[in-house]
Write a protein that binds this ligand. Structure first.
Ligand SMILES: [Ca+2]
Ligand SMILES: [Ca+2]
Ligand SMILES: [Ca+2]
Length: 316
């Protein structure tokens, strides 16, 4: 026993305290844990000493300011930590008003904390005019929907055909639908086009973008216009590409009607199982999809002819 310990022991014994053990830098007192503040103790919370939310440690000293004594319960709550100079956990505080607390996506605006409660309200979805956002992420709000197909007005109007051949790997797609603006407003040379397939949960899908630009002959890809028709040709020789697209004006048959024919090499593994949505957007999603220059239809296995499926799509 060294001298300072002997002195401490004599003092504590004089105060009626029995020393049992030497616990690191401070003696652990027999009376620590009896809920009575004895000599040598900074605090004594009884059985709570050293527990997860106590600010009095098991050696009856204050927990450091780094210890969390009340974890945050929600995204609008803040955790409290011990002060380092008290055995009291500070009062329960929450996030200040205005802090974002909810889910934020391209199509969801986060709720904010009100500064008084721990409850975060629901995020606010941006407009989804045709109501086809199928998950809580609201991913098909108007700005991100390839086709705001309000009331089904842009549904394909003829028998849907989509074929994926395995030898050689190719895709053939014919879609017919009514666009909401005149054919003359289509300008894929400037706006490009988009072919999108995605399943109801939005977990699988393929977005094939046909870039804008003018076709310049062999070795290039792009668009050119012919009589009542826009044409896309990819003559670059790249694999897994759309080779040809025709967008034909059939407004003389019925108002706004267009026929879109697509041919190219397949992109099998990304194709979702049926049913999936097939959307053809004559331009960009954010502008032309919202303006109705598009067609969109749920494509089921019964739309295959013959009814054979590979990756959920029809095989010829
Ligand atoms: Ca709190
Ligand atoms: Ca939508
Ligand atoms: Ca849609």
């Amino acid at each position: 026993m060294n001298r300072s310990f002997a002195r401490t022991t004599r003092r504590l014994l004089a105060a009626g305290t029995l020393v049992l053990a030497w616990g690191g830098t401070a003696p652990i007192l027999a009376s620590c844990g009896d809920s009575v503040l004895d000599g040598g103790e900074a605090c004594d919370a009884g059985a709570a000493n050293g527990t997860a939310t106590a600010c009095c440690a098991s050696d009856c000293q204050f927990e450091p300011a780094s210890k969390t004594c009340r974890p945050a319960e929600t995204t609008c709550d803040v955790a409290e930590t011990c002060t380092g100079s008290s055995d009291t956990c500070p009062s329960d505080a929450v996030e200040p008003a205005g802090g974002e607390c909810g889910l934020t996506t391209d199509c969801l605006v986060s709720a904010t904390c009100d500064g008084a409660s721990k409850v975060c309200g629901p995020s606010t979805p941006l407009p989804d005019s045709d109501g086809d956002s199928s998950t809580s992420y609201n991913e098909l709000c108007d700005a991100y929907d390839p086709c705001t197909n309000v009331g089904g007005a842009r549904d394909f109007d003829t028998t849907r055909r989509i074929f994926f051949s395995t030898r050689p790997k190719s895709i053939k797609l014919v879609a017919s639908f009514a666009i909401a603006t005149p054919f003359a407003d289509l300008d894929p040379e400037v706006r490009g086009a988009l072919i999108a397939l995605y399943d109801p949960t939005y977990e699988h899908g393929a977005y094939i973008t046909l870039e804008p630009g003018t076709y310049g002959g062999a070795g290039t890809k792009g668009w050119f216009e012919s009589t009542r028709q826009w044409n896309y040709v990819d003559a670059t020789g790249s694999s897994y590409a759309i080779r040809k697209v025709k967008i034909q004006d059939r407004s003389t048959q019925s108002p706004g009607r267009v026929i879109v024919k697509v041919a190219g090499s397949a992109w099998g593994p990304q194709i979702p199982p049926p049913p999936f949505t097939l959307a053809v957007t004559l331009g960009s999603r954010s502008v032309d999809g919202a303006a109705g220059r598009c067609g969109e239809t749920i494509f089921g296995i019964n739309d295959c002819s013959p009814k054979t499926a590979l990756y959920g799509a029809c095989v010829k």
